[in-house]
Design a binder for this molecule. Structure first.
Ligand code: PMP
Ligand code: GLN
Length: 380
């Protein structure tokens, strides 16, 4: 029998490929974004506590109530955003699930979706599976800013959704207040929804404030605001995220969520709910990662790599144009197999594989890992 692929142009993700290559060549893995240090033992103890207490069956479809309440408190405190934990918050199996559910909930066949490139790899497949049409807009290097005039020109009466991501993976750029003003201006008279991928909301540097869609009532009223506990608590393998959206949007979102996964890991949700009482753990995350960014950059001072400005996330892009003019996919492969450091080639985040001769390195690593990697990179 012949199966007609719904995603004929999609292969195994770059994260899977580069991590496999790093393992095969015993390279230092700065490719896929995950910490190589442990989460707070208090958090793992909490998961164990709730498992032993018997919280081992299905959680409510929308998420454990106490966790939703704590998420609501956080959104109110940080963004002055009043989300009702009963009807406007859904806990999901990672931000990846939330992104898929939000996109599937609003995109109908033939709808246009504005996607900014480079774009995290899960957005476009979700659009295509829903019958949508991605309309690509390139962010402008070296700072990877958005040209809002281009956005204005790209909006048509078929535009149904815009996907934003700040702090931005892979470039480390962030949306400013001016970006938000331009966005509000453009979107005001339209019927465009927003999926706002804010998984790095707490990983932002140099005193910059995260501009959440949740913080602007006119934007929040049309937005699915998505975050991930994996990034915030160094627990990417637990796969728990959430989506904030007004009641009517959350209701449509939950129609998809309940048949994608139904509900999310119960003891982990209880553990996060208790752990969220300690706001320091997320408020101090930006400072923690800023030190790592600065350390990584200073270790590379005498290398031939040039850092691209990174204002948030735990990724640093390094321009290698003074070393090689190879395409980034080739260079990333050679860096792994010959020099022992794995990275991500950002051209894979463009539908036309734009290549700026830069690679993305994850600095969510122990200092000794960063030192070992930098030593290798300085030798090139
Ligand atoms: N969006 C972005 C921009 C990401 O970097 C990630 C990281 N994996 C995700 C979504 C998915 O998050 P999760 O691991 O919680 O599914
Ligand atoms: N978000 C992570 C990254 O950008 C990886 C996600 C994944 O492996 N699917 O590296």
């Amino acid at each position: 029998m012949k199966l007609k692929s719904k995603l004929p142009d999609v292969g195994v993700t770059i994260f899977t490929k580069m991590t496999a290559l790093a393992n095969e060549y015993n390279a230092i893995n700065l490719s896929q974004g995950f910490p190589d240090f442990e989460t707070d033992p208090e958090l793992t103890d909490l998961v164990y506590k709730y498992m032993k207490k018997g919280f081992n069956q299905y959680a409510p479809m929308q998420g454990v109530m106490l966790l939703r309440e704590r998420i609501a408190e956080k959104a109110l405190k940080l963004y002055k955003a009043p989300y009702d934990p009963c009807t406007e918050i859904t806990v999901t199996s990672g931000a990846t699930e939330a992104l898929f559910a939000a996109i599937a909930a609003v995109v109908n066949k033939g709808d246009e979706v504005i996607v900014f490139e480079p774009a995290f790899d899960s957005y476009v497949p979700a659009i295509l599976l829903s019958g949508g049409i991605p309309k690509y807009i390139k962010m402008k290097p070296p700072d990877y800013i958005i040209d809002w005039n281009e956005v204005k020109d790209a909006v048509s009466d078929k535009t149904r959704l815009m996907i934003l991501n700040s702090p931005h993976n892979p470039t480390g750029s962030v949306l400013s207040k001016d970006d938000i003003s331009s966005l509000r201006e453009i979107i005001r008279e339209t019927e465009i929804f927003i999926v706002s991928d804010e998984v790095y909301e707490h990983i932002i540097f140099d005193g910059i404030t995260h501009e959440s869609m949740a913080g602007y009532p006119d934007l929040a009223s049309r937005s699915f605001v998505i975050s991930s506990f994996g990034k915030t608590y160094h627990t990417t393998g637990w796969k728990v995220g959430y989506c904030l959206a007004p009641k009517t949007l959350s209701a449509e979102f939950q129609k998809v969520h309940q048949f994608l996964t139904f509900s999310t890991n119960t003891p982990v949700q209880h553990a996060y709910a208790e752990f969220l009482e300690n706001e320091k753990a997320y408020l101090e995350l930006g400072g923690f990662y800023q030190k790592k960014r600065d350390k990584f950059i200073s270790l590379l001072k005498n290398s031939r790599f040039n850092p691209v400005p990174c204002r948030g996330t735990y990724f640093q892009m390094l321009d290698y144009s003074s070393i090689s003019d190879e395409p980034d996919t080739h260079f990333a492969k050679r860096l792994t197999t010959e020099y022992g450091v794995a990275s991500i080639p950002p051209s894979v985040f463009y539908h036309e594989n734009d290549d700026h001769r830069a690679l993305r390195f994850c600095f969510a690593k122990k200092n000794e890992t960063l030192e070992k990697a930098a030593e290798k990179l300085c030798g090139i």
